[in-house]
Every structure is written in C-alpha cells, then in structure tokens.
Design a protein around this ligand. Structure first.
Ligand code: AMP
Length: 218
C-alpha cells in the first residue's frame, strides 16, 4: 500500500503515522525527519538542506526525491509506505509518477490556520524517537522530559511563529494544489484533522481499510 499524508505543518501527520505503519505493515517515511537527521550528521545532503530548512523554505525537489527514492527501496518498505511531508510540490508528485510509484491513497489533513500556529508553537519533540508532545494538549509527565527515556525534549527552530507563518504560506501555495492532482487520479480524500487523535484515526482507517483489503496487504 502506498499512502501519502498531506497537510500543513503541525496538522498531525506525524502523530497518526505510527498508527498507519502498525495497521498496514508499511514503513514510515518522513522527509522532514530524514532531512533533520542528515543535518545532524552533516552529510552532504544535510549541509545542502540546512539553510532552507532553518528559514522555513523548501529544499530542492531533486534532493528530497533522491532521499525518498533511496528509502522506498529498503526492505522495510516492501509492503509499501506512508509518506509524511512528501510530495510537497507538483514536481515532486510528477517525479514519483515518472518513477512508476502508483499511489493508492492521498489523505489531506484539513486544519484551520490558527490551530496550526498554536500546535506548532507549543510542540516539543524527543529527538531519538520522534515522539511529540504539546505543552497544552499533550504535555509530558515531567516538563521538558521524554516520558519513556527521561531525556530532554527540544523545540524545532522552524517552529518559531514567524517561520511557521512562512511554512504555512508555502504549504498553501505549493502543496495544497496537489489535491487536484490526486483527485484526478481518483485517490484523494480530505479529512477534518481538527479533532481528537482517536477520531482522526477512525477517519483514516475508514479510508485505508477497504484499500488494504483490496490490495491484500493486511
Ligand atoms: P517537516 O518536518 O515535514 O515540517 O519538514 C521540515 C522542513 O524540511 C521543511 O520546512 C522543508 O524545509 C524540508 N522539507 C521536508 N519535506 C520536504 C519536501 N517534500 N520538499 C521540500 N522540502 C522539504
């Protein structure tokens, strides 16, 4: 099963992804996580991507596509993947098509702008696992510490409000139009992501369960 989760930064794609990987046996590919990892390790891609990421701009289509292409060939992706944060531009979507990657479902998380800015502004992350917390809606048991490991949490530099406003604008300009692209392929669904995690999860399952049965992959 080949699944795309689309939505503005902080819409809940990362929160829902573990549920999708567990339920359908697919791998999770977050281009944001992979790029942050490359930046931390100072790989050539990381060095190239850093300044665009810090300023809330998009990294080049070729660089991001290269990372995705390498990842989907890995054994853990043999039953498919859930792409979280990719494609973000029409060109990236076309590159996937040209590579013969046929998408089964593209789900757009619909969330009002003010909710997006509040969610990203209060977001805290555990670097090792990617677990995310929110200081108001999903606080850790001990402030600033990961529930499982007790390690310190960090705030992404690009979650600062002014950077988030820019990321949101870019999302509307570059990524939202992809709705039309995937509608024309008959694989698009939009869901209301401004609900509690369990409710959003139910909507995702109601879209993906029938496809999973059809493809025989769960
Ligand atoms: P995210 O964690 O998905 O919000 O991504 C963090 C940052 O990584 C973005 O603001 C971009 O700079 C970069 N990035 C992630 N995915 C992509 C993509 N598909 N295309 C271009 N840039 C990306």
């Amino acid at each position: 099963m080949k699944i795309i989760l689309m939505g503005a930064p902080g819409c809940g794609k990362g929160t829902q992804s573990p549920f999708v990987t567990d339920r359908y046996g697919v791998c999770h590919l977050s281009t944001g996580d992979m790029l942050r990892d490359a930046v931390t390790k100072q790989t050539p891609n990381g060095i190239r991507a850093k300044s665009a990421m810090d300023s809330g701009a998009l990294v080049s289509d070729e660089l991001v596509f290269g990372i995705v292409k390498d990842s989907i060939e890995k054994p853990e992706c043999r039953y498919g993947y859930v792409l979280d944060g990719f494609p973000r531009t029409q060109r990236q979507a076309e590159m996937m098509d040209q590579a013969g990657e046929k998408i089964d479902a593209a789900i757009m998380f619909d969330t009002p702008d003010e909710v997006i800015l509040e969610r990203t502004g209060g977001r805290w992350i555990h670097k090792g696992s990617g677990r995310t917390y929110h200081e108001k809606y999903a606080p850790p048991k001990v402030a600033g510490k990961d529930d499982v490991t007790g390690e310190p949490l960090y705030q992404r530099p690009d979650d600062r409000r002014e950077v988030c406003v820019k990321r949101l604008e870019l999302y509307k300009k570059e990524t939202q139009p992809l709705a039309e692209y995937y509608k024309s392929q008959g694989v698009f669904t939009s869901i209301n992501a401004n609900r509690i995690v369990q409710e959003v999860r139910k909507s995702i399952a109601s879209i993906l369960d029938p496809i999973g049965v059809a493809t025989g992959l769960h």
